[in-house]
Design a protein around this ligand. Structure first.
Ligand SMILES: [Fe+2]
Ligand SMILES: [Zn+2]
Length: 324
């Protein structure tokens, strides 16, 4: 597909400072901060990105109404499951309630779909059920809306761990079953068919549908999900999985594809240059910031120090402007 030119690129006229792009947003906006691919075995980079996220929120007085944890929440072993000390040291303490007094809506990545030693999927669902944390995952696929009062965006959180027919898995890895894949798809379309009650509709999941990173485009998601994104005019799809930051637009496609995979796992080298397919892709650690107002959505990628990498706005109906 060709890149969309429905977006006007203000940034090509000269770069805006991070502050300029920040203050352009509506002060009454609802704020969401997002990270993907964060719970890495070696937490060196995760801790740096988390410090950058906390510093950014403080510097700009961002009091988010939600965190999005975009999957690959736990790499490696999660001994003790829902009782693992990693929950405290590398979730609660790094993204603390003192800075982020809000639910942390989580989706499942391929590294969560591992029995290491027991199912990390079950551990994450159990930790959410315990009710002692902001960690929010009522099911593997679920719906929520933001802000809680007079919501502007309906979010459908999906599980993108598709069965691999004939594919060889490592013994500890697993996926959705084909039956679960079909159940989720039926649920997804039922939710999409409901009358829209918010100006925006967004989907979050771990695997990208389209990616300039080494994982590339996902044939199952292109077959199962992309026609529904088009048919029901999904405004925004947020994912992780490739360890980089991206924003892709396609001509005639209603959806903005926003990928935030720089939360702490080792970075990947891009496979497609953003000059070929973009407007933006970069091998860099970082996190993302979504501001919601009735007038527009503002999406930003920030690096591990909280410096602005890329920003865009999107009005209801899909008209977009790249700010930086
Ligand atoms: Fe990952
Ligand atoms: Zn992944």
């Amino acid at each position: 597909m060709r890149q969309s030119f429905a977006f006007s690129a203000v940034a090509s006229l000269g770069s805006l400072s991070s502050m300029a792009a920040f203050v352009a947003s509506d002060p009454s906006a609802t704020e969401v901060l997002a990270i993907g691919d964060w719970g890495y075995d070696d937490p060196f980079a995760q801790e740096k990105v988390a410090a950058g996220l906390r510093g950014y929120a403080k510097q700009h007085s961002v009091r988010p109404q939600a965190l999005f944890m975009l999957g690959d929440n736990w790499y490696g072993e999660l001994a003790g499951g829902a009782h693992s000390p990693r929950w405290q040291s590398h979730f609660e303490d790094l993204y603390p309630a003192t800075d982020f007094a809000c639910p942390a809506y989580a989706v499942l990545g391929n590294h969560d779909y591992q029995r290491w030693p027991e199912s990390k999927v079950d551990a994450e669902l159990e930790y959410a059920r315990s009710g002692k944390s902001r960690w929010t995952m009522p099911a593997r696929w679920y719906r929520f809306a933001l802000p809680a009062k007079n919501p502007l965006v309906t979010f459908l959180a999906l599980d993108s761990n598709m069965p691999k027919p004939g594919g060889k898995e490592k013994a500890r890895d697993f996926t959705l079953t084909p039956e679960e894949q079909a159940q989720q798809l039926a649920w997804f379309e039922t939710e999409l068919r409901r009358p829209r009650t918010t100006p925006y509709l967004a989907v979050i999941a771990h695997h990208p549908v389209y990616s300039d990173g080494p994982h590339g485009d996902h044939p199952v998601l292109i077959k199962d999900w992309d026609p529904l994104f088009r048919k029901y005019k999904v405004d925004l799809f947020m994912a992780g999985h490739d360890h980089d930051m991206q924003h892709l637009e396609f001509e005639g496609h209603p959806t903005t594809f926003f990928l935030s995979g720089g939360g702490g796992a080792d970075l990947y080298t891009l496979k497609v240059e953003p000059s070929q397919r973009g407007p933006y892709a970069q091998k860099v650690y970082g996190f993302s910031h979504l501001s919601l107002s009735a007038k527009e959505l503002t999406l930003r990628h920030l690096d591990e120090s909280g410096n602005l990498l890329h920003a865009l706005t999107r009005a209801p109906g899909g008209k977009g402007t790249i700010l930086s």
